[in-house]
Design a protein around this ligand. Structure first.
Ligand code: NAD
Length: 363
């Protein structure tokens, strides 16, 4: 199969659909790989590295959209890219169609076969192609929070790990799923005094067993949550209620009872945020202060560590790409119902029920 990877054009997107290493694997499996010149520069991968891997470098995105059977990307296609998609072509990328009627209509009109990373499933209802981004965001949340705790960033001047003779910072992680677990790992690694709150007894058991005495756990009810937040130097918001907006767990009123200069990192901001005072920010201007409490609410945290994020994403997307190239997408989906869950649009129809229902498309 001829597989193409254009340069991402969404504002501030530095990731790339295929690393040179992934291109090499696809080529070793008998495929041809075309890469748009400069596509890898955002992660420090030069055209020469792709050429060494056996790929062909093409100028601009047009040859890829015109001649490749599968297009591998990171972000949803932008309007100019959607205009280039062709009937029968496979588009393999993050799509997030439910809130995006315009994109959905364009994909339907194009006749493309669109496979969305975010709806490919794994065992026990997991979303393995989303997981690496939650791992990245979770780990980054502590880095971002530690930074914001420094005086020059408005924080209370606390070093998370403390020093001998001085207590460490108190880190409260709300939600012990993928983001929360990874945040807790980093906070424990830095020597912080870490507490994890969740509502799911199985999650509490899992994190409790993993961290043993290195972190404490508490059931997330109003009383426990407010008590933990009042003591915190750094709070990580890492909750998710699938299919719903994040619940507002910290009210503006509660901010006044927190330590001045404490930091809130709202990782759940992409689902509306789990603090009442959260509003989405960007990497260019990531923090703001409300009632003396520093807020960090960047909605696309993994974008700042594009290289790590790209490699983590390729680790989970490449195996499916290889199987689709080898067996054709239909046979690959017949053999793997989890991959079949990724099919969102095919031959002029929305093929993912939740998207069809949300946007009023025929299913
Ligand atoms: P997850 O499903 O693995 O974990 C969510 C956890 O929240 C679950 O364990 C659940 O029991 C818990 N929870 C739900 N309600 C709670 C409550 N009231 N109190 C305490 N815990 C509660 O989800 P995840 O992959 O860890 O993602 C968490 C959030 O981070 C999501 O909103 C996701 O979209 C977001 N995210 C943001 C970025 C970013 O760049 N900002 C990147 C990746 C993920």
């Amino acid at each position: 199969m001829r597989i193409g990877c254009p340069k991402e054009i969404k504002n501030h997107e530095y990731r790339v659909g295929l690393t040179p290493e992934s291109a090499r694997e696809l080529i070793a499996d008998g495929n041809e790989v075309w890469i748009e010149s400069g596509a890898g520069l955002g992660i420090g991968a030069t055209d020469a590295e792709y050429v060494d891997a056996g790929a062909k470098i093409v100028d601009g995105p047009d040859p890829i959209f015109a001649e490749c059977e599968m297009v591998v990307k990171v972000k949803e296609p932008q309007a100019v890219e959607r205009a280039k998609l062709r009937e029968g072509q496979i588009l393999y990328t993050y799509l997030h169609l439910a809130p995006d009627p315009e994109q959905t209509n364009d994909l339907v009109k194009s006749g493309v076969t669109a496979i969305a990373y975010e709806t490919v499933t794994g065992p026990r209802g997991s979303l393995p192609l989303l997981k690496p981004m939650s791992q990245v965001a979770g780990r980054m949340s502590i880095q971002a929070g530690a930074n914001a705790l420094q005086k020059e960033h408005g924080g209370r001047g606390v070093l998370l790990g403390g020093v001998p003779g001085v207590l460490p910072g108190k880190v409260v992680v709300i939600g012990g799923g993928v983001v929360g677990f990874n945040a807790a790992q980093m906070a424990v690694g830095l020597g912080g005094d870490v507490e994890i709150l969740d509502r799911d007894p199985e999650v509490l058991e899992k994190v409790g067993t993993f961290f043993e005495a290195r972190a404490s756990t508490r059931f997330s009810n109003k009383t426990n949550l407010e008590d933990a937040v009042r003591q915190a130097d750094l709070v990580i918001g890492a909750v998710l209620i699938p299919g719903a907006a994040a619940p507002k767990l910290i009210t503006r009123e509660l901010l006044s009872e927190m330590k001045p200069g404490a930091v809130l990192v709202d990782v759940a901001i992409d689902q509306g945020g789990c603090f009442e005072t959260s509003r989405a920010t960007t990497h260019a201007d990531p923090t703001y202060t409300v009632d003396g409490i520093v807020h960090y609410c960047v909605a696309n945290m993994p974008g700042a560590v594009a290289r790590t994020s790209t490699y983590a994403l390729n680790n989970v997307t490449l195996p499916h790409a290889l199987r689709m190239a080898r067996n054709g997408w239909k046979e690959a989906m017949r053999r793997d119902p989890h991959l079949a869950e990724g099919l969102n649009v095919h031959a002029g129809k929305v093929t993912y029920k939740a998207v069809a229902d949300e946007l009023g498309h025929e299913y």
